[in-house]
Design a binder for this molecule. Structure first.
Ligand code: AMP
Length: 280
C-alpha cells in the first residue's frame, strides 16, 4: 500500500495505470475510519483492478460554526485499517495541496441540495461536490463508492456525475450499523454514554416507519408523525429535520411510491448532529 499526499503524483500514477488498461475503484472519506468505511473499501476491491482511498477533512464542506477543527483524526489507525482492507493507494493531501491561496472554482448541484441537510447546512454540498469533482479529476476512477448513510450526498453526487458527463460509475453501499442499530459515523465518538443510548431514537424511529409501511400505512403525514413522536420521546434529542423526499430528486414527495420514498432525519443529541435515513 502506497501513501501519497501530492495530487500531481497520484494523478500521474493513476493515468499511467489506466493507460496500462487497469480499472480504478475509488473511496473518498474524511478518515477516522470505521466498519462503514471498510465495507466501501472491500466493495471497491471487488469492482476494479486497483483501489484508491482518500482521507481528507475537506474544509469547504464545513461552515465556520461547525466541527472542522475538532473533527476526529487518527492517521495511524486509518492506515492500518486501509491496509487490512487491501487498499492499493491512500491519497492524503493537505488542505493547501488542494486549495492553494488563489483557489476560486466551485461545483454546485442546484435543486437536490436545497432540502434536508442542504437546508440546515447551506454551503455544505457545494463543498462536497467541489472536492469530489477535484478528487475524480485526480484519481480518474472508473467506479466510486458512496455510503447510503449520507443518502442526500449519494444522490447529489449521482446528479453531478450525470449532469457533467463524468465517466465514473457511482455505487451506493447500504448503511453499516452497530449491533443495536445506530448507524456508524465518525461523529459517534462525540457521544457520552447517555447520549449514545439516546442516539438509538433515530434508528428506532426509522424502523417504526418500515414496520408501518409493511402494515399498509402509506400516508406520509402519518408516517412523519410516527417518527417525530419516537424521536421527541427521547429527552436528549432535538430534531433538526424529519422529512420525506423522492429518493432520486431529493424533492418533497406528496404520495408514497414503493422503493422511491426516502425518510431522512437529522437530530441533535446534545451538541452532536446525527443523520440517518431509510428508503421504503
Ligand atoms: P465520511 O468519512 O463520513 O465523509 O464518509 C466517507 C464515506 O463513507 C461516505 O460515502 C459515507 O457515506 C460512507 N459512510 C460513512 N458511514 C457509513 C456507514 N455507517 N455505512 C456505510 N457507509 C458509510
Amino acid at each position: 500500500m502506497k501513501v501519497i499526499s501530492d495530487p500531481k503524483k497520484i494523478q500521474a500514477i493513476c493515468l499511467k495505470l489506466k493507460k496500462k488498461g487497469k480499472s480504478i475503484a475509488f473511496v473518498p472519506t474524511m478518515g477516522y475510519l470505521h466498519a462503514g468505511h471498510m465495507k466501501l473499501m472491500y466493495e471497491a476491491k471487488k469492482k476494479a483492478d486497483i483501489s484508491v482511498l482518500s482521507i481528507f477533512v475537506n474544509p469547504t464542506q464545513f461552515a465556520p460554526n461547525e466541527d472542522l477543527a475538532k473533527y476526529p483524526r487518527d492517521k495511524k489507525g486509518d492506515l492500518a485499517k486501509a491496509k487490512a482492507c487491501g487498499v492499493d493507494f491512500v491519497f492524503m493531501p493537505t488542505p493547501f495541496n488542494l486549495y492553494p491561496e488563489n483557489y476560486e472554482t466551485y461545483v454546485e448541484v442546484i435543486n437536490a441540495t436545497r432540502q434536508l441537510c442542504g437546508a440546515s447546512r447551506p454551503t455544505h454540498f457545494r463543498g462536497v461536490t467541489t472536492i469530489v469533482a477535484k478528487l475524480f479529476n485526480i484519481v480518474q476512477p472508473d467506479v466510486a463508492l458512496f455510503g447510503k448513510k449520507d443518502f442526500q450526498q449519494y444522490a447529489v453526487i449521482k446528479k453531478m456525475v450525470s449532469d457533467l458527463n463524468m465517466p465514473t460509475k457511482i455505487i451506493g453501499v447500504p448503511t453499516i450499523r452497530e449491533k443495536d442499530g445506530l448507524a456508524m459515523s465518525s461523529r459517534n465518538v462525540y457521544l457520552s454514554s447517555d447520549e449514545r443510548k439516546a442516539a438509538l431514537c433515530l434508528s428506532r424511529g426509522l424502523n417504526k416507519i418500515k414496520e408501518n409501511v409493511k402494515a399498509g400505512i402509506t400516508s406520509i403525514d402519518q408516517l412523519l408523525k410516527i417518527i417525530s413522536a419516537e424521536i421527541n420521546s427521547e429527552s436528549l434529542a432535538r430534531i433538526d429535520y424529519v422529512a420525506c423526499m423522492d429518493a432520486e430528486t431529493i424533492q418533497p414527495l406528496k404520495n408514497y411510491e414503493k422503493q422511491k420514498t426516502l425518510f431522512a432525519v437529522a437530530v441533535f443529541i446534545g451538541k452532536t448532529r446525527l443523520i440517518d435515513n431509510i428508503v421504503v
